[in-house]
Design a protein around this ligand. Structure first.
Ligand code: GDP
Length: 456
């Protein structure tokens, strides 16, 4: 697809920095940049080959604005597939905005959110799954989530989807040929073989879907709540995990009145931690608001870190905590293990699959806790090199395709005509084409790129 317009935007963060990059893309990118940029050597950008750069100055109305480097990319060998010039100038907010204004004055239009990546998609540089992963790379918060997103960007998921789509297309082509040209020498369709092939495809689609939870955990993290009665060491634990003092840690019971939140990267997983007010019976009206909030946060948590003071016997508030944790994936933390132990640990072990002994105040690492969290959330086998899926649009379409294939298998067993089976297979192919962006409406494309930032 050819675009009339040439677009430009600042592609780096809009803050003072070492350098800022202004990206210009489109049929007129080089001539637009040439009106703004003069190289020191006198060589024109239009004389430069792709993947080369020149040192020079950006000008506005003949007046120099900044010294910068222009890098030229020639279509189709650029991010967007079009001619692209990137001007790397000094990273001041004012200077960068002035260079961009000069680029607009020279004929470029302001790029919309995600428009560079949208052009890359429309020019066939990326499919829709790969394009979506660009945003996931930008928003990655841990090493593993960045690696997983890069993997998808490099086609790991698209390859698997395309393989299954090709297999379905081969089956549909065979069924159509057999039905349409009975007089030709086309091998008869064996119902058992057809059913086996479809079942195999359904299994592989379901395998991709089963990785969705792992993908979400890598991308968004696990919503975890630290809960327990006052003074057991919740804030101290939060600070140990977060690596710095965020919650107020005091020895007066009931001081963490509201909810303190922090995203913490623990090796390959991210915990979105909430440190709640101590859950206990209280007559204090204001404190009880915090306790009610804590109870409600606990009930919606994906993971509960229940903290108990191992140096004192279990009381009614602890037992209340145990009841609350009943239906939620939880790890029991017996804290203050540096002090003599008085807690009845048998009751705790009876109610929790994972019990970790620690001293949040004196321990320097929380490795045992991290391992227990991984076991409870079944993330021990997350492999970021797998084709992980973490996008709702992708999940819905894969699920619809898997359902169609499942229905095709059922239709075959019930004895429906092969025509009916073919319709279901073609429907599944349609969903997979929408997934990769091969067949997709403008509305869907706009929705996908809407969540991108300007300049990407
Ligand atoms: P919270 O009310 O549950 O958030 O508890 P805090 O984190 O505010 O801790 C209450 C008190 O217990 C503070 O004086 C902490 O220093 C102390 N504390 C926390 N963890 C430990 C621990 O592992 N060992 C000991 N001995 N004291 C701790």
């Amino acid at each position: 697809m050819k675009y009339e317009s040439t677009i430009a935007a600042i592609s780096t963060a809009q803050a003072s920095a070492g350098i800022s990059v202004i990206r210009i893309s489109g049929g007129e990118a080089i001539s637009v940049a040439e009106k703004v940029f003069r190289s020191k050597s006198g060589k024109k950008l239009s004389e430069m080959k792709g993947y080369t750069c020149a040192l020079g100055t950006a000008h506005e109305n003949g007046e120099p604005i900044d010294e910068c480097i222009a890098t030229v990319f020639r279509a189709p060998h650029s991010y967007t597939g079009e001619d692209v010039v990137e001007l790397s100038c000094h990273g001041g907010v004012y200077i960068t905005a002035r260079v961009l204004r000069a680029v607009y004055d020279a004929g470029a239009q302001a790029a919309q959110a995600g428009e560079f990546t949208k052009r890359a998609f429309l020019n066939g540089k990326l499919d829709l799954i790969e394009a979506e992963s660009v945003m996931d790379i930008i928003s990655s918060r841990s090493k593993e989530s960045a690696r997983a997103a890069l993997n998808v960007k490099e086609g790991a998921l698209s390859r698997r989807i395309n393989q299954l789509k090709d297999q379905l297309s081969d089956i549909a082509a065979h069924l159509n040929a057999w039905a349409d040209y009975p007089e030709e020498d086309i091998p008869a369709v064996e119902n058992d073989a057809l059913s086996d092939s479809l079942k195999n495809i359904e299994t592989r689609l379901n395998e991709i879907l089963s990785n969705y939870d792992n993908g979400r955990i890598l991308k968004d993290g696990i919503d975890a709540v630290i809960a327990g009665k006052p003074n057991v060491g919740k804030s101290t634990l939060m600070n140990l995990l977060a690596g710095y003092d965020k919650s107020i840690v005091t020895s007066v019971a009931g001081t963490t009145r509201d909810i303190v939140e922090e995203s913490v990267s623990l090796g390959d997983i991210v915990l979105n931690l909430s440190d709640t007010a101590g859950i206990h019976e209280t007559g204090d009206e204001i404190e009880s608001i915090g306790v009610d909030k804590a109870r409600s946060r606990v009930s919606s948590a994906a993971l509960l870190l229940c903290v108990f003071d191992a140096s004192s016997p279990l009381d009614d508030d602890d037992r209340d905590m145990i009841r609350l944790a009943n239906d939620i994936p939880s790890v029991a933390i017996l804290n203050k293990c540096d002090l003599p132990e008085l807690i009845d640990d048998q009751i705790i072990s009876d109610h929790f699959d994972e019990v970790v002994r620690m001293s949040a105040k004196f321990d320097e690492s929380a490795d045992a806790l991290v391992q227990a969290i991984k076991r409870v959330c079944v993330v021990s086998d997350i492999n970021s090199t797998n084709a992980l899926m973490y996008n709702e649009r992708q999940r819905t379409l894969t699920m619809k395709a898997a359902n169609c294939v499942h229905e095709a298998v059922e239709a075959l067993h019930i004895g429906f005509t092969l025509d009916a089976v073919t319709v279901l297979i073609e429907e599944a192919i349609g969903y997979l084409c929408e997934l990769t962006g091969e067949r997709v409406t403008d509305e869907v494309i706009d929705k996908v790129f809407h969540r991108f930032c300007v300049g990407k």
